[in-house]
Ligand binder design. Structure first.
Ligand SMILES: [Zn+2]
Length: 92
């Protein structure tokens, strides 16, 4: 059996997460079953990370950490003024 075209990273990421079109998932499973080493290794790697990514999405950072992060990334008044000036120069 010949190997059909390879699939890209987003397609395999959806595949591992159980997402995507059923027909495409079936074709991708056949691609793996045909023995594509390149995609097989990639899928195996994604499958190792999938449980970590799933728990990461459920992680809720402590409220204090969120407040501190927001404070760190607040635009400073002087930055806001210089951005306004740049915007004025660009639009005029
Ligand atoms: Zn492949």
């Amino acid at each position: 059996m010949t190997i059909s075209r390879h699939y890209d990273v987003p397609a395999w990421t959806d595949f591992v997460r159980g997402l995507g079109d059923a027909d495409q998932r079936s074709a991708m499973q056949q691609h793996l079953s045909a023995g594509c080493a390149r995609c097989g290794e990639f899928v195996a790697t994604l499958q190792r990370f999938a449980p970590i990514a799933a728990t990461e999405a459920q992680y809720e950072p402590p409220e204090e950490a969120v407040r501190r992060a927001e404070a760190l990334f607040q635009p400073r008044a002087s930055t806001a003024v210089s951005r306004a000036r740049v915007g004025a120069r660009v639009t005029s």
